[in-house]
Ligand binder design. Structure first.
Ligand code: IPM
Ligand code: MN
Length: 351
């Protein structure tokens, strides 16, 4: 059965890292007959500036109906300071395709890449589930008396019982399925009383259905401290959209840097979106310096989602082997450019 994949390289370094990921995907697709069919979409800052349209009419429905996955690079361009096109495309897909699980594993692949003294692969190995369809990202709010000394800005943080419950439940299901010992929920309910109360009550109620999985709560400020002090405390973390955005950058640093981290925006059973955590990095664009690993590991995650667990594991092994050999980009200790770092992984991929 054919699996249709929409490829959306986006802006900045997006196209460079997606090229590296595509070479890996195409090699496996060719050698192992995976039946993947790729369609490229050039939605980007360039297109938006040229046409005034971020995503053509009907495109969202096309993705929803005709595709199994979206493989995305990065969005963001200094010429569009309000990120309008990124909001339409990336946040647009998260919301309109209802991709409520933002799955962001934090797994250190080599002790050498650890930024923490005395913490290595044994200690840094957990998963963050970020709620991906509500919270502060819904864009509700407004200005009053804008531009005056009396200006008021309101930015709402929205939590629904349904939205909170489904992400917490997903985290517990994952913990049970993967044999992970505990789920930590992080919020700020000592200050954000209403949303926090909903999160905490829901967490306790769902946890009661999973007596085989331990659970604990941390305020998100304490979570950031513990992630650096004692990352081995964590197996599965679940948190809201904004806190999840913040702590997953910290999580990326624990893996050796932003260039290493992969993510999946999931709605189980439906079309889902896979992207590296890093942004478009305008200042590195076209310089062949970006680390392709985050994008390649996102491709692996996509294959696993599509039912190709073997191939996902093969990519992960190739990435680890390239890191062990020091054949990587400079910021993680190698001396290669984006292309050659991608090829070092490709070469290690068993046919
Ligand atoms: C991420 C990014 C996005 C977010 C930006 C580009 C809108 O930082 O995927 O983590 O804030 O979610
Ligand atoms: Mn982010």
């Amino acid at each position: 059965m054919t699996k249709r994949i929409a490829v959306v390289p986006g802006d900045g370094i997006g196209p460079e890292v997606i090229d590296a990921g595509m070479r890996v995907l195409e090699k496996l697709n060719g050698e192992r007959n995976l039946g993947l069919a790729f369609t490229r979409f050039n939605w980007s800052a360039d297109e938006y500036l040229r046409t005034g349209v971020s995503m053509p009419p009907g495109a969202m429905d096309d993705i929803r109906v005709n595709y199994d996955a979206v493989y995305l690079g990065a969005f963001g361009d200094p010429r569009i300071p309000d990120m309008k096109h990124a909001a339409d495309i990336l946040l647009g897909m998260r919301f309109e395709l209802d991709l409520y699980v933002n799955y962001r594993p934090v797994k250190l692949l080599s002790d050498r890449l650890s930024p923490l003294k005395d913490k290595g692969m044994r200690e840094i190995d957990f998963v963050i589930f970020r709620e991906n369809t509500e919270g502060a990202y819904v864009g509700m709010g407004g200005n009053f008396k804008k531009g005056t000394q009396d200006e008021i800005a309101v930015q709402e943080d929205v939590s629904t019982r349904r939205g909170v419950e489904r992400i917490i439940r997903y985290a517990f299901d994952f913990a049970r399925r993967m044999g992970r010992k505990s789920v930590c929920m992080a919020d700020k309910n000592n200050v954000m009383r209403f949303g926090g109360d909903l999160w905490l009550r829901t967490f306790e109620e769902v946890a009661a259905e999973y007596p085989d999985v331990e659970h604990f709560h941390l305020f998100v400020d304490a979570l950031t401290m513990q992630l650096v002090r004692a990352p081995e405390m964590f197996e599965v973390i679940v948190t809201n959209n904004m806190f999840g955005d913040i702590v997953t950058d910290l999580g990326a640093a624990l893996q050796g840097g932003l260039g290493m981290a992969a993510s999946g925006n999931l709605h189980p059973g439906r079309v889902s979106l896979f992207e590296p955590i890093h942004g478009s990095a305008p200042k590195y664009t076209g310089q062949n310096v970006a680390n392709p690993i985050g994008a390649i590991l996102s491709a692996a995650m996509m294959l696993e989602y599509l039912g190709f667990g073997e191939e996902c594991a093969a990519i992960e092994r190739a990435v680890v082997a390239a890191i062990e050999a020091g054949e990587t980009t400079k910021e993680i200790g190698g001396s290669l450019g984006t292309k050659a770092a991608g090829e070092a992984i490709l070469r290690r991929l068993e046919g």
